[in-house]
Design a protein around this ligand. Structure first.
Ligand code: CA
Length: 224
């Protein structure tokens, strides 16, 4: 299976170089030239790894990264930064980057780092998922809030797990139905709504909201 990368880079020369050279190495690369375009791409599909230029025209790349991490998105990230801006590098790592590379870089080195980061993220999985003040333990058996465990039925936990693992993205009603059906739940028209309603009550006040996307599904995110 090909490794899908999203390269967020506003410099057209570097973007083309990435596309050409990484394409040659067998990666499938999509491009975004602003933070806003990157956010749209990430809503559409999660890549295996994000290459993130920190100096973007509309926003600082590290702000975008911080926002992704706050929403529970754990996509591996390598920051691309200019040599003369050490502050940027540190900012990128603090914001949740897995590695960084200084421009101009050697594509062979970038390739090696991509592979290393992907190996590491594989090895670390499954990871704890954090959204707002909620933590889903790595074994996924327990939901923790700031005051300890939050009691959920096993089925509620399954539904919430699916939403938290996809924080910031829409999970369709069909996908949640499927999750419940796998647990031998009798699915009626309103079953998913009932579960979401119960979960909302239980996680209320923990900095997380489940947004209803009419006619489509639900999206869990850190409350703003
Ligand atoms: Ca730039």
């Amino acid at each position: 299976m090909s490794i899908r990368l999203l390269a967020v880079e506003d410099d057209p020369h570097i973007a083309r170089l990435l596309e050409r050279e990484l394409g040659r190495l067998g990666y499938v690369l999509r491009r975004a030239d602003t933070a806003a375009a990157a956010a749209r791409e990430l809503q559409r599909e999660t890549p295996h790894l994000l290459l993130l230029d920190l100096g973007l025209p509309d926003r600082d790349g590290s702000d975008l990264l911080r926002e992704l991490r706050a929403a529970g998105n754990r996509v591996p990230v390598i920051c691309l930064t200019a040599r003369d801006r050490p502050v940027e590098r540190v900012g990128g790592l603090r914001a949740g980057a897995d590695d960084y590379l200084i421009k101009p870089f050697d594509v062979a080195e970038l390739d090696a780092r991509i592979q290393a980061v992907l190996r590491r993220s594989d090895r670390d999985a499954p990871q704890e998922v954090v959204v707002g003040a909620l933590r889903l333990a790595a074994d996924e058996a327990q939901l923790l809030g700031p005051d300890g465990a939050i009691a959920l039925t096993p089925r509620e936990l399954h539904v919430l797990r699916r939403l938290m693992r996809n924080a910031g993205r829409v999970v369709t009603k069909a996908q949640l139905t499927e999750t419940l059906a796998a647990l031998n739940e009798d699915i009626g028209d309103k079953t998913v709504e009932v579960y979401v309603h119960r979960i909302r009550n239980k996680i209320h006040g923990h900095g997380v909201e489940i947004v209803t996307v009419r006619g489509f599904g639900y999206l869990l995110r850190a409350a703003v």
